[in-house]
Ligand binder design. Structure first.
Ligand SMILES: *Cc1c(COP(=O)(O)O)cnc(C)c1O
Length: 443
């Protein structure tokens, strides 16, 4: 703080153009845009005029206050123990997918055949990778997300017609969005069968008629119904004289040994589904997109439908999806296969580096798959247990925000969804926030 009696801060405040001419701010303007840098400089000059900063500190302060990137979104370490966390952007991309984004970010042959110089099928290598990953699919198509996949199926096959669906499968996906309302908003009529807890094949058979476009089977990916329940398997629905569309949600392409109740595209198709829809950014571990796999004639009808153009994915999605399918295992896949013993060893190593300074201990933990599926499955995991009052400061750490979860009065940093190479980031972040003396300590 400058003493206002020594200098008049208003007269000593440097001129904006002089500050902006500083090479560090010039470089920042090239990287972040002139407007962003000007905003920071204007705020800093206001503080100088108010006497909060010395004139000589204006440039260094503005440099320190610059945004790091041209997006205000931050990289956040997911130590929540929820592997697919919707509020944290669902699946983190693999290094191979991130690299692919860089390759195609400029101009790319996404829709051009370099051999002939002519137009080619858009995203053909990503489609080929998806088709190769699920040989049971006659054809495949990709749209913006799982909801868009369902929307396209509804528009193309069920506009003005009926979709037969079990009452117990009328799912709200999240944030107030409901699958039945989505389908009805596109001109389909829902023919609900069964009760909340039970439905039989005979219920479906009685409802199927002239106006039926398809039977829809929706996987309950975010809830469980237990007790006196029954549902009808895809293999039974396949005996009905109409197509069966299965919304499997999670995007597992093949069965996962740790998630035996989670349907996969391959198993649904093998059981007799005519079309499968799924998200790309849940258990598949790829970019946000909606996968559609199944009978070639149906997929072709979807692909050719006018509405398909409104749901088209961009080159970034196609490249990241292809790399997810063909590259090394995605982080979500790795997280699901890491043994709790390995996680506990990592938690012990992190706690050991912290405990001279902070009250830290390695503890076993129960993690969850998350919005992506397997609602009742507890994944054995391990966490670093810390004082709960560190939760807020860790989220707000300017260098590396970390999101944990508070459980029984302790902050747990669960390691299941933290790549091993990020353990050092966690250690640094905790030591940084713990060294701030002004932390409110409720103890
Ligand atoms: C997640 C999910 C959806 C929606 O998919 P988005 O990719 O979020 O649009 C639809 N159905 C089921 C069963 C889901 O689990």
């Amino acid at each position: 703080m400058t003493d206002p009696h020594v200098t008049d801060p208003r007269r000593a405040t440097p001129r904006a153009d002089a500050v902006l001419a500083d090479p560090r701010l010039q470089e920042a303007a090239r990287r972040l845009g002139t407007a962003a840098v000007k905003r920071v400089v204007a705020t800093t000059l206001d503080r100088c005029r108010a006497g909060e900063i010395a004139p000589g500190d204006v440039v260094p302060q503005a440099v320190a206050d610059l945004p790091r990137h041209a997006t205000a979104l931050r990289r956040v370490v997911n130590a929540t123990g929820v592997v697919v966390h919707t509020n944290l952007g669902r699946a983190p991309l693999s290094a191979a997918a991130v690299e692919a984004l860089g390759v195609v970010a400029g101009t790319t042959d996404v829709e051009l055949d370099l051999a002939t110089g002519r137009r080619a099928r858009r995203g053909r290598s990503a489609m080929a990778a998806l088709a190769a990953a699920v040989p049971d699919a006659g054809a495949v198509h990709v749209v913006n997300n799982g909801a868009a996949a369902l929307a396209l199926v509804t528009c193309a096959l069920a506009s003005g017609r009926e979709i037969v669906v079990a009452r117990g499968e009328l799912v709200e996906i999240g944030d107030g969005f409901r699958i039945p309302e989505l389908l009805e908003s596109l001109g389909a009529r829902l023919r609900e069968v069964g009760t909340t807890n039970r439905v039989r094949l005979a219920d479906y058979a009685a409802a199927v008629g002239e106006r039926t476009a398809f039977v829809l089977k929706v996987h309950p990916s975010n809830f469980v119904v237990s007790g006196f329940t029954s549902s009808v398997a895809i293999s039974e629905l396949a005996s009905l004289p109409v197509p069966v569309v299965a919304d499997i949600g999670s995007g597992l392409l093949t069965p996962h040994p740790r998630l035996p109740d989670e349907p996969s595209a391959a198993s649904a198709l093998r059981a007799g589904a005519d079309l499968v829809t799924a998200s790309g950014d849940k258990l598949l571990g790829g970019p946000q997109c909606g996968l559609m796999l199944g009978r070639a004639d149906l997929v072709e009808a979807l692909r050719r439908h006018p509405f398909a153009r409104a749901l088209r994915v961009d080159k970034l999605t196609l490249a990241a999806l292809e790399a997810t399918l063909t590259g090394p295992p995605a982080p979500v896949v790795t997280a699901l296969s890491t043994s709790p013993a390995v996680l506990l060893e990592r938690a012990e190593a992190v706690a050991a580096r912290l405990s001279p300074t902070v009250d830290a201990a390695a503890v076993p933990s129960r993690a969850a798959v998350g919005g992506g599926g397997a609602p009742e499955v507890a994944l054995p995991s391990a966490a670093v247990s810390l004082p709960a009052h560190l939760a807020g400061p860790l989220r707000l750490d300017p260098d590396q925000p970390v999101m944990g979860r508070v459980e029984r009065g302790r902050l747990l940093l669960d390691l299941i969804a933290v790549p091993a190479e990020d353990d050092a980031l966690l250690v640094d972040a905790v030591l940084r926030v713990a060294s701030h003396r002004d932390l409110p300590d409720p103890a």
